[in-house]
Write a protein that binds this ligand. Structure first.
Ligand code: C5P
Ligand code: C5P
Length: 465
């Protein structure tokens, strides 16, 4: 069926439920998806039970309540229909709202899913928070305030990364949010921390694109900002958001000149930024990208409910806890990234890999892998292995790559799922970012197999060119 029919069918099934168990992923997209549906249903008087899981896998399936409630899966489920079938969960009890690659149940049980990968190009770069917003808006057109969370989920899942802006239906949602006064789109520098970090730190931390002479050099960034009169003095620490329009223009042209003088292109230097001016100044809630990091900090460190409370409007106790988690998350991600870069990766044919053991939780290694990759060979996908805290017999694999590598035929989800299944594990995700659990002991063979599969994808991709 088409998207309109599917969204409408999902909205009807949710609104007709007596009670809903909402099973969701623990990252920013999962938490915002949960919050969108949970708030929409609560407004209709339907009770919602939250069940956050790091992933739907054999260990977490028992967390799905065995009661009569409607089971709504957000930001997961499409890739795990086999597990639902194996657990004997009836399709009448299930609605899946997702964007991961769909993997049908092996014995043919047909679960109803609204999945952005099923409706053509316009929907491809739309995360689960986009799909859940469409459903929430269909439940009640007055739910437009939830568009803000949808933008946070989409940005958190990197839907704007390659293009420098949300596209297709995800952009329509941002426009919907702006039209209803919930956000403002601003063309700004493609740097992180525009609301909370001193401008020189935003600039010097920028690695996509690398700004010649500035990236990695905060002192040089201060010099540049003072020279152009944007900073009053070296102790100035205003954020991007605090610049006047003319200062922002001057900054953009200065940095662009710096790029061009060094033979670099400026296309990745600017990006559409999504600001929430109804939030307190200089807080991470002021823009979509920092808001998403705060939610990731909560979810990936086992406190998704704190993130959900912030999404529901808490700016007191839960918010303060979220701030604390954000500080911790940032410093651990930085440490993990440094660990990967200092230890170095092994080149295995077309991929690069590292096993980080039990040093960092499996819930953050994917993020670390993605950040480290920007400082490694970006033409080779990275595969990071690590231990899983409560599953001593399994290892977690996380892979990340870039769009330019996808264009050469690479599909990480396909390679990881195939290889994991051959060794008795399972995987899922997207062509650009995927993960898997595999039994301990097979890791060397598994890496060899993933490398072989990626090489075969490249060989076929080149032949297609
Ligand atoms: O899709 P899922 O939410 O489960 O993926 C989470 C992570 O995958 C994101 O935090 C991001 O690191 C990565 N990702 C990506 N590019 C995409 C989609 C996801 O890097 N297009
Ligand atoms: O865990 P990580 O961030 O590396 O996950 C990357 C992507 O792969 C995410 O979209 C995640 O939901 C997905 N994934 C999956 N099945 C797994 C592990 C990860 O679908 N077993």
């Amino acid at each position: 069926m088409g998207v309109v029919e599917d969204v409408s069918r999902a909205a009807d099934r949710l609104s007709e439920a007596d009670a809903v168990s909402l099973i969701s992923h623990i990252d920013a997209d999962g938490i915002t998806s949960y919050s969108i549906i949970s708030q929409a249903l609560t407004r209709e008087g339907i009770p919602v039970k939250p069940v956050f899981v790091r992933q739907l896998e054999p260990m977490t399936v028992p967390h799905i309540p065995k009661d009569d409630s409607l089971k709504v899966f957000t930001d997961l489920g499409s890739g795990q229909q086999g597990l639902l079938e194996e657990a004997g969960i009836s399709p009448e009890q299930v609605v899946i709202l997702d964007h991961h690659v769909s993997q049908p149940a092996p014995n043919g049980t047909e679960y109803f899913e609204v999945n952005s990968q099923l409706y053509g190009e316009e929907y491809h770069k739309c995360s689960a928070a986009g799909i859940t917003y469409l459903v929430a808006r269909r439940i009640n057109p007055e739910n437009t305030d939830l568009s803000k969370l949808s933008v946070v989920g989409n940005v958190g899942d990197m839907m704007a990364r390659e293009t420098g802006k949300l596209t297709g239906i995800a952009h329509w949602i941002a426009e919907d949010a702006e039209a209803h006064g919930h956000l403002k789109m601003v063309q700004g520098l493609n740097c992180y921390g525009l609301s909370t970090r001193a401008l020189h730190l935003s600039l010097s931390n920028c690695d996509d694109p690398v700004i010649p002479g500035i990236s990695g050099k905060p002192a040089k960034a201060i010099e540049l900002l003072c020279r152009t009169g944007i900073y009053d003095s070296p102790s100035d620490s205003r954020t991007f958001e605090e610049l006047s329009e003319s200062e922002a223009r001057k900054l953009a042209s200065t940095v662009a000149e710096q790029m061009i003088a060094n033979g670099e292109t400026v296309e990745r230097l600017f990006a559409e930024q999504y600001f929430f001016f109804d939030e307190a100044e200089k807080t991470p809630l002021r823009n979509a990208s920092e808001y998403a990091t705060m939610l990731n900090a909560c979810g990936r460190w086992a406190k998704p409910a704190i993130g959900a409370a912030v999404c529901a409007g808490d700016r007191g106790t839960h918010y303060r806890e979220a701030e604390h988690m954000l500080r911790h998350h940032r410093s651990m991600i930085r440490e993990l990234c440094e660990y990967i870069l200092e230890t170095g990766v092994d080149i295995k044919g077309p991929i690069q890999t590292i096993n980080i053991g039990d040093r960092y939780p499996d819930t953050i290694v994917g993020i670390g892998a993605g950040m480290a990759l920007s400082k490694l060979n970006t033409n080779k996908p990275i595969l990071v292995l690590c231990e899983v805290a409560d599953e001593p017999d399994f290892l977690k694999a996380s892979m990340r790559t870039y769009e330019k590598v996808l264009r050469r035929g690479v599909d990480l989800q396909d390679a990881l799922c195939t290889a994991a299944a051959e060794f008795g594990g399972s995987g899922g995700g997207h062509n650009i970012a995927a993960g898997a659990y595999i039994p301990k002991g097979c890791e060397d063979d598994f890496i060899r197999r993933v490398s072989e599969l990626i090489q075969a994808q490249l060989d076929t991709g080149s032949a297609d060119c």
